[in-house]
Design a binder for this molecule. Structure first.
Ligand SMILES: Nc1nc2c(c(=O)[nH]1)N[C@H]1C(S)=C(S)[C@@H](COP(=O)(O)OP(=O)(O)OC[C@H]3O[C@@H](n4cnc5c(=O)[nH]c(N)nc54)[C@H](O)[C@@H]3O)O[C@H]1N2
Ligand SMILES: Nc1nc2c(c(=O)[nH]1)N[C@H]1C(S)=C(S)[C@@H](COP(=O)(O)OP(=O)(O)OC[C@H]3O[C@@H](n4cnc5c(=O)[nH]c(N)nc54)[C@H](O)[C@@H]3O)O[C@H]1N2
Ligand code: SF4
Ligand SMILES: [Mo]
Length: 738
């Protein structure tokens, strides 16, 4: 028997076709009929059966007894959690509990709908997520300009004439903040129709190698390159606003030109390592192409400019400059440029009054206790998590005493990892909702198991706001839950009910009551709740919430029944122009030059004469057969091409006296790890490259899947001031033979 299911393992959202034999997955391939992915699949998707059958995947709760994690019943686990939260919140209040939300939540429709209930019930200001080691600068920059945290114009890759990739490797990552199944095929098609791809990356990645042109920039200096490119647009009279013109204030545009005047191609040539003429040419190409899409990713949001020897992030400024390049060249909201998707189940850009909204406020209203760091879009920088645990207030003793992680592994994925791991030992309570015993969850008091992705319904609520084509696909669960497993929605609602009861001193609501409450909220957001709720009866759980969202969404006649009748998905066509209804700014205009950006430009002007070039700068890489910190242990993914080697340029290897396969020591201001050297000229001189997601812990890793934890080396300082996002790339390091 074969069944279809959309892969929830990365942002590409490929349709899978699974061949089953009873309760076993026999084989997996790309679903050729899928309206979006048309048969594309990668090694991780093919391994989804391994994930489902993985004996190491948790099937029952684990509770710590006499120092050991032991299997327990759900009631025992929830009793322990109830008791722990009562103590911590009773003695120290809700802000003594922190929450960390990891990456897989955005791929999980259950979390999308039910996590907000837990967040609200906990009522803590200590909210952290993987966003501040990832895309938050882009969300902040675009949110300020267009009004919401998901106002992301994505490259119209299927129609563009020029695709400029800055600090992204979509042929390996399969795209991010750009949901694009079959990136390799789409790049081939781009070139076949005479389009071009230019990649700016210190490493000759797979994407760079496939490009028409590769500019091997010095890490961290993109913000200078981008400022110079915008400068060229003004200097050469290349600014044209196109369709966006009526929604832009000319005086703001003029002011941008003035404030960036210091960043001439000549002034940034030295630090970026690119010739002034290459910078001018790139800017002209973007401005004069029939259509162009400039796209930045991890290398622009999590990289650091080294200023007087200190790595310092300008992530939001760089992200704003990328948005500006698209806007000022007339490429916003036009085919082949960057466009706003129209998500079928709705999203921040479809909710509320069209064309106007509350906008986003940066900095946020909260401050961390220890360093006084501001919140952004409702959360704190995760680089500040460890200190909020391990540094009690000298007078009051106040600190974070309990941590709840949902689908996250911060010990491997966040900066200054050694300190965080030690800090976890100082918690009074650690609760992890995870599929595995990990480097993080092995310290837990309670681990609540997340079920297999094949045992849950799937629909991409979040990624529909980022997709290069509008589609809608519904994947019902392939398998039932195992005997001791529970639906993650139920688990989240139970946690929310416990939190609500402990925080407010009220009786604990039932999961059914919580579910009804969530359904009412979802219905109220998009229409008349009574009418909508009646229409979707008797559905409950995720199907009810999704049906409500689709019915209240932007496509007439699209409901869950329509998706159920179309197992390969419903194609809603290429992206279409959405200006101005997509805007949610208070003015109803594009905020070309948001106030917080002014200070950031001043900071960059100030930094320019003090930019330093580290002898050796560390950058990261993603690998086809790993997914952040997990999946690399599955039989089909372990081994092969994914090895956690340190890539070193031959000149730097010689200088350090290390040869190929040598074990060497890599040291930064934050820590030191042992690495295995791979000598290659794929990295530019002065740059070394190590993947993230690996660790030496024996938590869940067989020997072959161990490697250095790169985040032992990344700093918990130098974060992007506006978004709180950490520095993960362009970290100064030294390499020595062991
Ligand atoms: N140095 C460096 N560090 C980085 C990066 C980098 O490029 N360089 N990248 C950063 C980025 S972009 C990201 S997104 C973060 C990721 O950071 P995290 O989200 O903290 O880490 P993941 O490795 O994605 O961990 C996901 C965890 O969720 C569990 N899990 C999987 N599916 C489910 C599920 O359905 N439910 C539940 N409850 N749990 C589940 C897995 O077992 C795993 O333990 O790492 C960041 N860290
Ligand atoms: N196979 C696989 N796919 C994944 C993941 C995975 O772990 N494995 N993770 C997923 C997640 S959570 C995310 S967020 C996405 C990320 O998707 P991408 O951002 O496309 O992936 P990265 O490999 O981090 O690409 C960042 C690139 O930036 C370059 N770089 C580093 N520093 C700089 C710099 O200062 N300037 C410039 N110009 N470039 C720089 C790096 O060399 C690298 O090629 O991938 C997703 N897809
Ligand atoms: S590219 Fe991403 S969505 Fe597609 S099969 Fe691979 S992991 Fe799954
Ligand atoms: Mo990510």
């Amino acid at each position: 028997m074969t069944v279809r299911h959309v892969c929830p393992l990365c942002e590409a959202t490929c349709g899978l076709e699974l061949t089953l034999d009873g309760d076993r997955v026999v084989s997996v391939r790309g679903d050729a009929d899928d309206v979006f992915s048309k048969g594309f699949v990668c090694p991780k998707g093919v391994a989804i059966g391994d994930l489902h059958h993985d004996p190491a995947r948790l099937r029952a709760p684990l509770v710590r007894v006499d120092g050991e994690l032991r299997e327990a019943t759900w009631d025992e686990a929830f009793d322990r959690i109830r008791e722990g939260l009562r103590t911590v919140i009773g003695e120290s209040g809700p802000n003594a509990v922190a929450l960390y939300l990891g990456n897989p939540n955005s791929h999980n429709v259950t979390s999308t709908f039910y996590l907000p209930a837990l967040v609200r019930a906990l009522a803590t200001r200590y909210r952290f997520s993987a966003s501040t080691v990832d895309q938050m600068p882009q969300q902040v920059a675009l949110g300020l300009m267009y009004g919401t945290e998901l106002s992301v114009p994505v490259p119209d890759i299927d129609r563009t004439d020029l695709f400029v990739v800055i600090g992204g490797n979509p042929l390996v990552s399969n795209g991010s903040l750009m949901t694009v199944p079959d990136m390799p095929g789409r790049v081939r098609a781009l070139r076949a129709r005479g389009g071009r791809m230019i990649v700016v990356d210190p490493v000759r990645t797979r994407t760079a190698a496939a490009a028409d042109e590769h500019l091997a920039i010095r890490p961290g200096t993109d913000v200078l390159l981008l400022a110079a490119m915008v400068n060229v647009l003004f200097a050469e009279g290349l600014v044209t606003m196109g369709a966006a013109e009526p929604w832009v204030r000319q005086e703001e545009v003029f002011r941008v030109g003035e404030l960036l005047s210091a960043f001439t191609p000549e002034a940034v040539s030295d630090p970026t390592g690119l010739s002034a003429s290459a910078i001018v040419t790139l800017a002209r190409e973007v401005a004069t192409a029939e259509s162009a899409a400039v796209y930045g990713r991890m290398g622009t949001s999590t990289s650091a400019l080294n200023v007087a020897g200190e790595p310092t992030s300008f992530g939001t400024l760089a992200s704003w400059l990328i948005a500006l390049l698209n806007l000022l060249t007339g490429n916003l909201d036009r085919p082949g440029g960057v466009m706003f998707p129209l998500p079928p189940a709705g999203g921040p850009t479809t909710f509320g009054e069209p064309g106007r909204g509350r906008g986003v406020r940066i900095p946020g209203s909260q401050r961390t206790r220890v360093r006084g760091l501001p919140s952004a879009l409702g959360e704190f920088p995760v680089a500040a998590l460890a200190e909020e645990i391990d540094t009690p207030d000298p007078d009051t003793g106040e600190r974070v005493r309990a941590l709840i992680t949902v689908a996250g592994n911060p010990v491997v994925s966040t900066p200054d990892a050694d300190r965080l791991e030690l800090a976890l030992g100082e918690l009074d309570l650690l609760i992890c909702l995870d599929a595995y015993v990990t480097e993080t969850s092995r310290h837990a008091d309670v681990i609540l198991p997340a079920p297999s992705p094949l045992a849950r319904d799937h629909y991409d609520v979040v990624f529909a706001s980022l997709a290069v084509r509008n589609t809608a696909r519904w994947s019902p669960a392939v398998f039932p839950l195992g005997e001791t497993e529970r639906d993650e929605g139920e688990t989240l609602l139970r946690l929310a009910a416990i939190a609500a009861s402990v925080v407010n001193g009220v009786p604990e609501p039932t999961v059914e009551q919580m579910d009804d409450l969530v359904a009412f909220e979802v219905a109220r957001r998009v229409g008349d709740p009574a009418e909508l709720l009646a229409a979707v009866a008797p559905r409950r759980g995720v199907p009810r919430l999704l049906d409500l969202s689709l019915r209240g969404g932007p496509y007439a006649d699209l409901d869950l029944a329509a998706l159920e009748a179309a197992p390969a998905g419903v194609d809603l066509g290429p992206l279409t122009a959405r200006m101005p209804e997509v805007l949610r700014t208070p003015t109803g205009r594009i905020e070309v030059f948001p106030e917080p950006i002014v200070d950031e430009i001043a900071r960059l002007v100030d930094a320019l004469p003090r930019v330093s070039v580290p002898d050796l700068a560390l950058v990261g890489r993603r690998q086809l057969r790993t997914n952040n910190s997990w999946l690399r242990t599955l039989p089909r993914l372990a081994g092969g091409s994914s090895r956690a080697t340190l890539q070193v340029h031959p000149d730097d290897a010689e200088r350090a006296g290390v040869g190929a396969k040598a074990v060497a020591v890599l040291t930064s201001d934050s820590g030191s790890v042992e690495v295995v050297v791979e000598v290659t000229d794929a990295v530019r001189p002065g740059v070394v490259c190590l993947p993230h997601g690996w660790s030496q812990a024996d938590a869940w890793t067989a020997d072959a899947t161990r490697g250095p934890n790169v985040n032992v080396l990344t700093p918990a300082t130098g974060m992007d001031p506006l978004s709180g996002t950490a520095v993960l790339n362009a970290v100064p390091v030294t390499l020595t033979a062991r």
